[in-house]
Structures are given as structure tokens and as C-alpha cells.
Ligand binder design. Structure first.
Ligand code: PGA
Length: 249
């Protein structure tokens, strides 16, 4: 049985005060949600406020990015051991916005994933095709290359600790969700890649989340697909009631 992961990616939203008030409303709404692991990923600066607010709950806190070296003269960067010591348990790596605007590549995804694992964090590694790639039937080629370059070089023991998120870029923040069947087909392909690279046991236990305009009214259909093991939620994770209803699908 794969325990679902329901993760909120807050992107560049919310102040420290807004972070605390989110948790006041959200924590009681998901207090009995033992069917899933619940994760919130605020901006770096609001990680301490989130860790504090989630202290007596089962909600895990994650970062949205990480640098691959432990320390050094790298102005503006944050390392995996720093995240771990701030109370993070999770980190999103290779989000399409990082790939699109900040030069993230398969190579940096791999280095960041290894660094996160070494620091004891659980990486959520994102893959997904752009609209023109889907339209030219390149979805599997793109996702396959992102998978191979980003996580294909991990050892089986390292791979066992990561979560994959399939996020079609055309569905992010657009209100256009992949249909449950489209998402499931991509997940099935990715699980096949896991099997090919890491074997049948890894494929059976690897959690693959769907992300891209997940909302309270479409989460049930997505989660009804046996291939879909949770959700990575942007916009709809900013509101406590809406994210709680996604968690409690
Ligand atoms: P969205 O974002 O739910 O707002 O589409 C998802 C994501 O970027 O992880």
C-alpha cells in the first residue's frame, strides 16, 4: 500500500503572519487525516513560522528548492543541512517554474536530490511536459528524459526515499487539469521507467503525485486512479479550507 502524499506548494505567497494564521485554521481540519502524509512548502523565510505552527501536528514542512553544496560563498542559496536544521522534512526539486525561469536542468535536479537525501530530507522530484511537447506527442520522451537525468542515477536505496510528482506544465496555474485518465497514463509510463531502472519492488512502492490545477472539486476523480498516489497543489493550497478538503478527498 502506498500512503498518499498531499503537498501544498505555496510558491512566492504569504507573509510570516499569514503563514501562522493558515495553520491555525488548517491544522484542526486535517487533525484526523491519517490516510495521507500532509506537507506544506512555504518560502524559505517562512519555514520557521510554519515549523513552529505545525509543531504539535503531523503536518510536515518542506522547502521549494535547495542548493547542492553544504556551505560556501554562494550568495542567496540555502543548503540541505540548513533546511533540515530549520525543521524541514521535505523539499520540492525540479519544479517546472525553476526549470523555466531559473535554469534548472536534469543535472542540477540530480545534484540537489542527492544533497537532500544526504541531509535526511524527502525529495519530491517534479517532471512534466510543456503544451507544445504534449501536442507533438513528446510527453513520454520529455518525462522519460527528466526522470533518467534527474533521478535515474540514484542508487536503489536512495531512490526508495524519493517521491515523484508528475506536473504537466500546461496544467499548472491554468485551471486546465489533466483528466484523471491522462494523468494516470503518464503515471503508468513513469512507473514503467521506475521498473526498468530500479525493479518491480521499487515500481510497486514508488509514490507518484499529480500536480496541475488540483482543486477540491477534481481531487476525488484524480485520487480514484490507482496510479495516482497524491497531489502537489499550488493555488488551492493557499486557502486552509480548500486545501483541507483536498487532503480529506
Ligand atoms: P497549481 O500549481 O495547483 O496552482 O496548478 C501546481 C504546482 O505548481 O505545483
Amino acid at each position: 500500500m502506498r500512503k498518499p502524499v498531499m503537498a501544498g506548494n505555496w510558491k512566492m505567497y504569504k507573509s510570516a503572519g499569514e503563514t501562522s494564521s493558515f495553520f491555525e485554521k488548517f491544522a484542526p481540519l486535517v487533525a484526523s487525516a491519517t490516510h495521507a502524509e500532509v506537507v506544506i512548502c512555504p518560502t524559505f523565510v517562512n519555514i520557521p513560522a510554519a515549523v513552529e505552527a505545525a509543531r504539535s501536528t503531523a503536518i510536515g514542512i518542506g522547502a521549494q528548492d535547495v542548493f547542492w553544496l553544504k556551505e560556501g560563498a554562494y550568495t542567496g542559496e540555502v543548503s540541505a543541512p540548513m533546511l533540515a536544521s530549520a525543521g524541514c522534512r521535505w523539499v520540492i526539486i525540479g519544479h517546472s517554474e525553476r526549470r523555466q525561469y531559473f535554469g534548472e536542468t536534469e543535472e542540477t535536479v540530480f545534484k540537489k536530490t542527492v544533497a537532500a537525501l544526504e541531509a535526511g530530507l524527502n525529495p519530491i522530484v517534479c517532471v512534466g511536459e510543456r503544451l507544445e511537447e504534449r501536442e507533438s506527442n513528446a510527453t513520454e520522451a520529455v518525462c522519460g528524459a527528466q526522470f533518467a537525468g534527474g533521478v535515474g542515477g540514484l542508487t536503489p536505496a536512495q531512490f526508495a526515499r524519493i517521491v515523484i510528482a508528475y506536473e504537466p506544465v500546461w496544467a499548472i496555474g491554468t485551471g486546465k487539469t489533466a483528466t484523471p485518465e491522462m494523468a494516470a497514463a503518464a503515471h503508468k509510463f513513469l512507473r514503467g521507467e521506475v521498473r526498468r531502472q530500479f525493479g518491480a519492488d521499487s515500481a510497486a512502492s514508488c509514490r507518484i503525485l499529480y500536480g496541475g490545477s488540483v482543486k477540491p472539486d477534481n481531487v476525488k476523480g484524480l485520487m480514484a486512479q490507482p496510479e495516482i498516489d497524491g497531489a502537489l497543489v499550488g493555488g488551492a493550497s493557499l486557502d486552509p479550507t480548500s486545501f483541507a478538503s483536498i487532503v480529506n478527498f
